[in-house]
Structures are given as structure tokens and as C-alpha cells.
Design a protein around this ligand. Structure first.
Ligand code: NAG
Ligand code: NAG
Ligand code: NAG
Ligand code: NAG
Length: 130
């Protein structure tokens, strides 16, 4: 199950997130092209609101109508950052400034119990949000 999710992260979330996050074409996926609005409605971006800024820090992929996959680092790190005031996840947008897409809060966050992120290793960096 986790291997499958890991592959899903590497093959689907990562490339799409990178392609969507950066508009600088020099760092686009080689041979890639811009997604059209509505083409990948299951791909989302998690937006964090801090007292002085709003930033798009992580991607998320819908696994079912209620659950989405993201990284443990995302949900465990940014929620605890100084100045954090809120977050939302938006699905299916292609413009990060598009705030018309639904604002979805999370009801629950389930990070992998063996998640490790320190200077010597990164392991099990996945989480499910509801
Ligand atoms: C934002 O929050 C941080 C941490 O709580 C605080 O140090 C900082 O002064 C705040 N900035 C503003 C503009 O409220
Ligand atoms: C999104 O908003 C930011 C801040 O207002 C602005 O600098 C940027 O150019 C906008 N990007 C697009 C694609 O509209
Ligand atoms: C979503 O939330 C942001 C920040 O609170 C707000 O600016 C935006 O208007 C909201 N969008 C919708 C569709 O509710
Ligand atoms: C990183 O985490 C692993 C697993 O918890 C631990 O064995 C290791 O000592 C940690 N390394 C550092 C540099 O904290």
C-alpha cells in the first residue's frame, strides 16, 4: 500500500506539482506542456496563510472524494510555523492566484507513524488529509 502511494507521489504528484508551481519555462518538465483548466481535477495545492504572507507550499492528490495524499513534512512543519493562521487546499486550478476554486479545510491529518525528517535521513514522508 505505502509502496504504491510512494510511486503515486513520485510519478504523479511531484511532476504535476512542479509544473504547476513554477511558471518559469526553463524549469518546466522537459517535453511537458501546460495543463488545461479541468484536465487534472484531482491535483491540488495546499495554501498556507501566515500573518504576513500566503504561500503555496505543497501538492495534494485526491485518493477518494474525502481523502487526499500529501507529504508528512508539509502538514507537520507548516502548521507549527511561527505566524501560521490557517490553510486551505484547492483542487483543479492551474493558476495559483485563482481563489475562486473551493476552499477546503482539513478535518483530519494522518501522517505516517514512522515519518522521519532530520539532517541524516528522510523516511515515510507521506500523509493523508481528510
Ligand atoms: C507574525 O507572527 C510571528 C510569530 O508569532 C511574530 O513574531 C510576528 O511579529 C508576527 N508579525 C506580524 C506582522 O504580526
Ligand atoms: C499572482 O499574484 C502575485 C501577487 O499579487 C503576482 O505577483 C503574480 O504576478 C500573480 N501571478 C499571476 C500568474 O497572475
Ligand atoms: C477562500 O479563502 C481565501 C482566503 O481566506 C479568500 O480570499 C477567498 O475569497 C476564498 N474563496 C472562496 C471561493 O470562498
Ligand atoms: C534521525 O532520525 C533517526 C530515526 O529516528 C535517528 O535514528 C537518527 O539518529 C536521527 N539523526 C539525527 C541527526 O537526528
Amino acid at each position: 500500500m505505502f509502496n504504491y502511494i510512494f510511486l503515486l507521489t513520485i510519478c504523479i504528484i511531484l511532476p504535476i506539482t512542479i509544473a504547476r508551481t513554477y511558471r518559469d519555462s526553463s524549469i518546466d518538465i522537459i517535453g511537458g506542456c501546460n495543463a488545461k483548466l479541468g484536465e487534472f481535477p484531482w491535483v491540488g495545492v495546499i495554501e498556507f496563510f501566515f500573518n504576513t504572507s500566503t504561500t503555496h507550499l505543497c501538492g495534494a492528490t485526491l485518493l477518494s472524494p474525502e481523502y487526499a495524499l500529501t507529504s508528512a513534512r508539509c502538514v507537520l512543519t507548516y502548521f507549527n510555523k511561527a505566524g501560521y493562521i490557517g490553510h486551505t487546499v484547492r483542487f483543479g486550478i492551474i493558476d495559483l492566484n485563482d481563489t475562486t476554486a473551493s476552499n477546503n479545510s482539513f478535518l483530519d491529518v494522518i501522517a505516517h507513524p514512522n515519518y522521519v525528517y532530520n539532517s541524516s535521513m528522510v523516511a515515510n514522508d507521506i500523509a493523508v488529509i481528510k
